[in-house]
Design a protein around this ligand. Structure first.
Ligand code: GDP
Length: 306
């Protein structure tokens, strides 16, 4: 069994390669729920859904979210009613959120709902939310705090950021199966996801971070920062706001207490020595996943270290 800590789009690219070289059945994925959002009264878990759609062969891989070939008829009707439409939900995608919301209202936990959705879609890997308790990533700006989706989607991550917090993380417990997965895995992989808003909320749950710290199996992370900038999205901006250097070395610092191996990009080979001073191995590899071959090659490189 291998466990992957995952955000959304970066994680999905990596997992795409991983499931080409190992059976889904041997994979547990712990997904971020810090950026869950309520849209039109529906509970949306964007990162869980991205990974779930990927594993089900449904993900629109060009966009990195939603279902391939989905339509947006409902969204356009909502627009006519003057409802909020900055968070786009496709028609087929909508069914996921309706089922999730209704099941939660009927008393199922997020873990149970996720399992139910995955089963219906033929997902064979185990996808677990990090917690059944609500943890909300808050982005602090000079104008006040925003939820992650307000910052990322509505504001197109243009607002200046003064800090990030994870509301509820001090009370949140790991979802059932999360700690057991970490403890019984042959290796734990931290996907090339945003360290602050995708992996950060998972690590903010003290018991999860402690389990990673104590893990006998190797913990291997892949950098989402290449050549001093994020491959996509606001990871660089958020790392800077949280006091980290925007580099593979900065990523190493975020994870320094529990990572054994950090996969850094060829462009950053010169940083390897400095990173190894943080008590981890730095492995230089091509980390840009532009097509299926590069995704598979990266997955193979990672598994070599288990
Ligand atoms: P989000 O929740 O959709 O933002 O998804 P993630 O946090 O999983 O992924 C976003 C992160 O993936 C960003 O920080 C990117 O820099 C990183 N990323 C995206 N594509 C690649 C890639 O091809 N290689 C590497 N190394 N990182 C990538």
């Amino acid at each position: 069994m291998i466990t992957v800590l995952a955000g959304g789009s970066g994680a999905a690219k990596f997992i795409r390669g991983l499931v080409e070289i190992m059976p889904q059945e041997e994979l547990t994925i712990i997904g971020n729920t810090g950026d869950d959002v309520t849209v039109w009264g529906l509970h949306v878990s964007p990162d869980l859904d991205t990974v779930m759609y990927l594993l089900a062969g449904l993900l629109d891989e060009d966009r990195g979210w939603g279902i391939t070939g989905d339509t947006f008829t409902c969204l356009r009707s909502m627009e006519r009613y003057g409802e909020m439409t900055w968070f786009q939900l496709g028609d087929r995608d909508l069914a996921t959120h309706i089922v999730r919301t209704r099941s939660l209202q009927q008393g199922l936990t997020l873990t149970e709902v996720t399992e139910k959705l995955c089963r219906a879609l033929g997902v064979r890997a185990r996808l677990l939310p990090m917690s059944d308790d609500r943890v909300e990533t808050r982005i602090h700006t000079p104008q006040g705090t925003l939820s992650f989706q307000e910052f990322f989607v509505r504001e197109r991550w243009a607002s200046p950021v003064t800090g990030v917090s994870y509301e509820g993380s001090d009370r949140a417990r790991p979802a059932p199966g999360v700690i057991e997965a970490i403890q019984s895995s042959a290796g734990i992989i931290i996907a090339p996801s945003n360290p602050i808003t995708s992996i950060g909320p998972i690590l903010a749950i003290a018991d999860i971070r402690q389990a990673l710290n104590r893990s006998v199996a190797p913990v291997i992370a892949i950098t989402p920062i290449v050549g001093g900038r994020a491959v996509s999205g606001p990871a660089g901006k958020l790392m800077r706001a949280c006091g980290y250097e925007v580099s593979a070395r900065g990523v190493a610092e975020v994870y320094s207490d529990f990572v054994d191996v950090l996969i850094i990009d060829e462009q950053d080979a010169a940083l390897a020595e400095e990173i190894e001073r943080l008590d981890m191995r730095a492995v230089v590899a091509p980390t840009l996943m532009s097509d299926l071959t590069t995704k598979i090659d990266l997955a193979k490189r990672v598994l070599q270290h288990l």
